[in-house]
Design a protein around this ligand. Structure first.
Ligand code: PXP
Length: 250
């Protein structure tokens, strides 16, 4: 079974910094604490409106991290230029709307294939691994494979936000089916959005998912217990989930 990586999304450290302007709290310092706490990668989303992460954060992260940077970006010329300048380990293409509070859904790879192809190709030509953030729908995965993406990140927000166990179970089944489809299409499978201590274990137990990207909950929890502790506790719960997958497969 492959190791399950934890990518820590530090966007909301920048959200707090930007609430007052200035330099505190520093996203790079948070990334370094995450590294020390056992994160396998750092994720940062440079949004068009720069509401949290700023251009200089991406520069500093690129220069100072010893673990991989996953650069979340919209498929725009501006972001492509920034990605090609910094050459992060991976770029995750996400849909972006100015009026949304956070990323609200997966990319429509199926419907937007022609416009995405250029971004996938140019990033890959620059040795940047390309991830597409998609709904857990096998048709979207098939389209992602056709475009030549290396990775799909499954949007698990609706599973995390489900209000009843039945609803959560339905969303979980979709995630399971999509993770299986990722294997069939030879896509590396990641998952993210909305994960918490309560929701992470079942997702961690899916063997073909090899990376979870988690931000908001970890940064929020860090207010109470510190970032090092919130990350270590998430890691512990991911390991518990992963161990269940091993038990199921023997
Ligand atoms: N993955 C993607 C593609 C995202 O857009 C986000 C949110 O920025 C995350 C993961 C992390 O989600 P959350 O902050 O809810 O943990």
């Amino acid at each position: 079974m492959q190791h399950l990586r934890l990518g820590v999304n530090i966007d909301h450290v920048a959200t707090i910094r930007n609430a007052r302007g200035g330099i505190h709290p520093d996203p790079l310092r948070a990334a370094k604490i995450a590294e020390e706490a056992g994160a396998d990668g750092i994720t940062a989303h440079l949004r068009e409106d720069r509401r949290h992460i700023a251009d200089y954060d991406i520069k500093l992260l690129s220069e100072n991290l010893t673990i991989p940077l996953n650069f979340e970006m919209a498929a725009t010329e501006e972001m492509l230029e920034i990605a090609l300048a910094h050459k992060p380990h991976a770029a995750c293409l996400v849909p972006e709307k100015r009026e949304e509070r956070t990323t609200e859904g997966g990319l429509d790879v199926l419907g937007g294939q022609n416009s995405l192809q250029k971004y996938v190709s140019e990033l890959k030509n620059s040795d940047i691994r390309v991830s597409l953030f998609v709904e857990p729908d096998p048709r979207q995965l098939e389209a992602a494979a056709r475009l030549g993406a290396d990775i799909v990140e499954l949007h698990v927000g609706p599973y995390c936000d489900a209000e009843t166990p039945e609803e959560r179970d339905q969303h979980f089944k979709r995630i399971l089916a999509a993770a299986k489809a990722a294997e069939e299409f030879n896509l590396e499978c990641h998952a993210g959005h909305g994960l918490t201590y309560e929701t992470v274990e079942p997702v961690a137990a899916i063997p073909s998912i090899v990376e979870l990207n988690i931000g908001h909950f970890l940064i929020g929890e860090a207010i109470f217990v510190g970032l090092d502790t919130s990350i270590k506790e998430m890691r512990r719960r991911m390991d518990i989930g992963r161990a269940k997958a091993v038990e199921q497969s023997v």
